[in-house]
Design a binder for this molecule. Structure first.
Ligand SMILES: *[C@@H]1O[C@H](CO)[C@@H](O)[C@H](O)[C@H]1NC(C)=O
Ligand SMILES: *[C@@H]1O[C@H](CO)[C@@H](O)[C@H](O)[C@H]1NC(C)=O
Ligand SMILES: *[C@@H]1O[C@H](CO)[C@@H](O)[C@H](O)[C@H]1NC(C)=O
Ligand SMILES: *[C@@H]1O[C@H](CO)[C@@H](O)[C@H](O)[C@H]1NC(C)=O
Ligand SMILES: *[C@@H]1O[C@H](CO)[C@@H](O)[C@H](O)[C@H]1NC(C)=O
Length: 444
């Protein structure tokens, strides 16, 4: 959270010096990255991967994609092309300046303020990307005060997000979200923010280039990839609820158990990390024994079933996995100096008067009734904060600020108005995940 991006955990005297060195490295990296990194699709897919043997979506019970899984648990973008190049160059300077200034800024500390210019897109639009189950404007919900809040960090200016600005900064670059359904919400949110919710026939679905096609019998692919031709910008989401590698133990048996290799990054990440310029990881809500059991996920460490009792506990397993994935990404950073890697802290749930399975609800409609300010310096997600500490992976700390927003979950609303179902985990869009993206934007 506090400038651990470049290892700034040293004495104050060396901080300045190291800052300069990092700036220089960064400048080199940026230049190098802009001209040499390859986004060109067409990494040859091995036969094994094409046939999807590692694709968990083949296995029905392990593949229930994120939101459905959890719901079942809870019962524009017009870029003046002529200006692309010069602006992109301008962004170099801007980026470096911003990153210097905000090096020590804690974006998670601040307050929610009412802002009538919000939201950044309409929940009645963005149909190209926004899942209708998350578009609360499409449901019976009638209160929308929650759309009018903006996050104001206390000690830093958060640059205003605009689609064209984002795309200019991301010329020839790829932003990847890898995580659970909350990561998918953040992914949909950023595309809606970039496009302002407008229809964009020019933006192409290029999932195939990443092997992300719907497997036969599957409800949906394991992820989505969209390409903005005007700036050659790619934005993708890959579903990895556990942030570790999942391997069916018997590929020819749909009922097979799945080895959950806690100490190995998801295969997708290993294969495509070199293509990413910005990576946002998250995990969290799938770490409970019921889910592991339902998914037939068996913990493996070192290639064999886990025998360590500390890791066998869910909290221990999650902690172990989180440290592992962060350490692995950190170990790759020297190879990909242009890569900016973030771990997004846990998104809070808000079930009141019960839990998801015991009638818990989140019916509040008044924004900020739980308070509107975060004053703590330290993240309330101590596991995530611990995992990134001392690494080049930065914490995108959204936990405490999102904790204040219990009124903006999907709640009891849905398109179908299924009675009794309460989703106090996912957020209405537009909504809180937009803020996560503004904070992300401020740091890339
Ligand atoms: C983007 O990539 C194209 C093709 O490789 C290159 O000509 C152009 O200079 C790049 N633009 C930037 C800003 O890096
Ligand atoms: C898009 O960007 C990648 C680098 O990320 C570059 O290799 C490729 O040539 C670019 N394509 C175009 C059409 O500019
Ligand atoms: C894998 O599953 C298939 C189909 O159920 C079964 O015939 C085969 O014996 C299994 N292989 C192993 C090694 O268990
Ligand atoms: C999936 O799980 C359900 C209940 O847990 C079970 O009835 C069903 O047979 C399973 N299906 C597959 C394909 O594993
Ligand atoms: C999490 O894992 C790290 C690294 O293995 C360890 O140092 C730490 O004590 C663990 N924390 C908890 C709460 O288990």
């Amino acid at each position: 959270m506090k400038g651990s991006f470049y290892g700034m955990k040293v004495t104050q005297v060396s901080v300045v010096l190291i800052g300069f060195v990092c700036l220089a490295v960064l400048m080199l990296a940026w230049t190098k990255n802009s001209f040499t990194s390859s986004l060109t699709p067409g990494i040859p897919l091995s036969v094994k991967e094409v046939s999807g043997t590692k694709d968990v979506s083949r296995n029905k019970n392990s593949s229930k994609l994120a939101e459905e899984d959890i719901v079942s648990l809870v019962s524009s973008g017009d870029l003046e092309s002529s200006s692309t190049e010069p602006s992109a160059k301008g962004e170099h300077t801007e980026y470096l300046t911003t990153s210097t200034v905000t090096q020590d800024c804690n974006f998670g500390k601040g307050k929610w303020v009412i802002d009538d210019t919000r939201p950044l897109y309409s929940g009645l639009g963005c149909k190209q990307w926004l899942s209708s189950m998350w578009a609360c404007r499409m449901t019976q919900r009638t209160d929308f005060e929650y759309e009018k809040l903006r996050w104001q960090p206390r000690d830093c200016d958060m640059e205003e997000f605009t689609g064209p600005k984002f795309l200019r900064r991301m010329v020839n670059k790829t932003l990847a979200f890898v995580g659970d359904s909350l990561g998918r919400q953040q992914f949909q949110s950023i595309i809606c923010m970039i496009t302002g919710g407008d229809e964009r026939p020019d933006v192409l679905d290029v999932g195939k280039e990443y092997g992300l096609v719907k497997a036969r019998g599957a409800k949906r692919p394991d992820g989505w990839v969209y390409w903005f031709p005007s700036t050659n910008t790619t934005i993708l989401y890959y579903w990895s609820a556990s942030l570790c590698d999942l391997e069916p133990l018997n590929v020819s048996n749909p009922e097979t158990d799945i080895a959950m290799h806690l100490d190995q990054p998801p295969a997708f990440l290993q294969r495509f990390l070199h293509k990413f310029d910005v990576l946002v990881l998250n995990t969290g809500h799938h770490w409970n024994s019921e889910k592991l059991k339902a998914n037939r996920w068996i913990m493996y460490v070192g290639g064999v079933p886990n025998t360590n009792r500390k890791i066998a506990e869910i909290a221990g397993a999650k902690n172990f996995t989180l440290y592992n994935i962060v350490d692995w990404v950190n170990s790759q950073l020297p190879k990909y100096p242009g890569l900016k890697a973030f771990y997004r802290s846990i998104s809070p749930r808000h079930f009141f008067n019960g839990d998801w399975n015991t009638g818990g609800t989140c019916d509040n409609t008044s924004p900020s009734s739980a308070g509107k300010e975060v004053i703590e310096d330290e993240s309330t997600d101590t596991v995530a904060a611990g995992a990134v500490k001392g690494t080049g992976v930065k914490l995108l700390d959204i936990t405490a600020l999102s904790q204040l927003r219990d009124e903006s979950h999907i709640s009891r609303y849905s398109i179908k108005a299924t009675p009794g179902v309460q989703d106090c985990l996912h957020w209405c869009l537009p909504g809180v995940p937009d803020t996560w993206n503004e904070i992300l934007f401020a740091q890339i």
